[in-house]
Design a protein around this ligand. Structure first.
Ligand code: AMP
Ligand code: MG
Length: 306
């Protein structure tokens, strides 16, 4: 998934747990990826759906079907911010991969016409998915890491791990309590500093904390920086006053989804959307350094004094 997974739990390191988690993560990556060389995508069920776009309905395993369904339904509901059918546009930019470039306006306009989430047919009984038109592409990148983090936590629990931290490249699951019996303190990456430099912490227990920032994957052309989160309305990277959004929710899939939704429209709009959503809280960090938390998080947020 293009990231590093870290497991942290009290007691001696247990290779049976780490190996079981690694197997689960690799299995998901294999079935979900839409990136990398053809050999890396050969077993991807999402790529099988994409390859049959405009033609056949593709049967996928029930787990993949469930995640696709979640992503497509969220895309229908939040289309101007989260759209998993944005694949053709993401591919054209290629940000974070070899050959990344700024596509021209005509190319973007043409590709945007292939991103309608209503043009996906799903059959719950048969676990089949059909993309309505050739050239359509599903991209689960905005929720796959969150989903994988949730599954990693399940595997840990099955192995008797009650408390621990799982970090999948900024998708953190705080399982139970810390080894000293208090909620975990999860760092919020500073969007302005090197990785590992935190602006503060949020306490979390049996929850996930997910950060999406405009600093994560970037393409620089002619002094301009383009990041990897695409505005489904313009086909270009979101351009708002936000440098990052950190979302807290019960599941990492949900937190990851909302970390993308909350980017659209900038601080005011993102704050409004998160406030209206059930079971989602967020910390917004703007380019000029303002830090704004939704009311439900205020008491749980500890900021580093500048
Ligand atoms: P995240 O790392 O969760 O911020 O997700 C970013 C990834 O999701 C990108 O690398 C793309 O693969 C995909 N993506 C980009 N923009 C969107 C969007 N507006 N809605 C859904 N997926 C997106
Ligand atoms: Mg996301």
């Amino acid at each position: 998934m293009g990231t590093l997974a870290t497991l942290c739990f009290p007691g001696p390191a247990d290779p049976t747990v780490t190996e079981a988690v690694a197997r689960t993560l690799r299995g998901l990556e294999r079935r979900l990826t839409v990136n990398g060389p053809p050999s890396a995508r050969a077993a991807s069920q999402v790529e099988a759906i994409n390859a049959a776009a405009g033609r056949a309905a593709v049967e996928v395993d029930p787990e993949v079907y469930g995640l696709v369904r979640t992503a497509v339904i969220a895309s229908r509901e939040h289309r101007d911010s989260f759209n998993a059918l944005i694949g053709p546009v993401v591919k054209a930019w290629g940000i974070g991969f070899d050959g990344a470039h700024v596509p021209d306006d005509a190319a973007i306009a043409a590709l945007l016409s292939l991103t309608d989430p209503e043009e996906v047919e799903m059959d719950d009984a048969r676990s089949t998915v059909r993309l309505g038109r050739p050239g359509m592409r599903l991209d689960l990148g905005a929720i796959a890491k969150g989903y994988a983090a949730d599954r990693a936590a399940d595997v840990c629990r099955e192995h008797g791990v009650e408390g621990g931290l799982i970090d999948l490249g900024g998708n953190v699951v705080a399982m139970g309590r810390s080894d000293v019996g208090v909620p975990w303190q999860v760092g919020i990456q500073s969007p302005f500093d090197v990785r590992g430099e935190v602006l503060g912490t949020v306490s979390a227990q049996d929850e996930s904390v997910v950060t999406s920032g405009v600093y994560e994957r970037v393409l620089e052309v002619g002094g301009k920086r383009y990041h990897h989160m695409i505005d489904p309305l313009t086909g270009r990277p979101f351009q708002t006053d936000l440098a990052s959004v950190t979302v807290v929710a019960a599941s990492s899939t949900k937190a990851d989804l909302w970390a993308t939704i909350a980017q659209a429209g900038g601080l005011d709009e993102g704050f409004r959307r998160v406030s209206e959503a059930y079971g989602v809280e967020a910390v917004f960090i703007t380019h000029d350094g303002s830090i704004v938390a939704t009311p439900g998080l205020e008491a749980r947020l500890t900021l580093r004094s500048a």
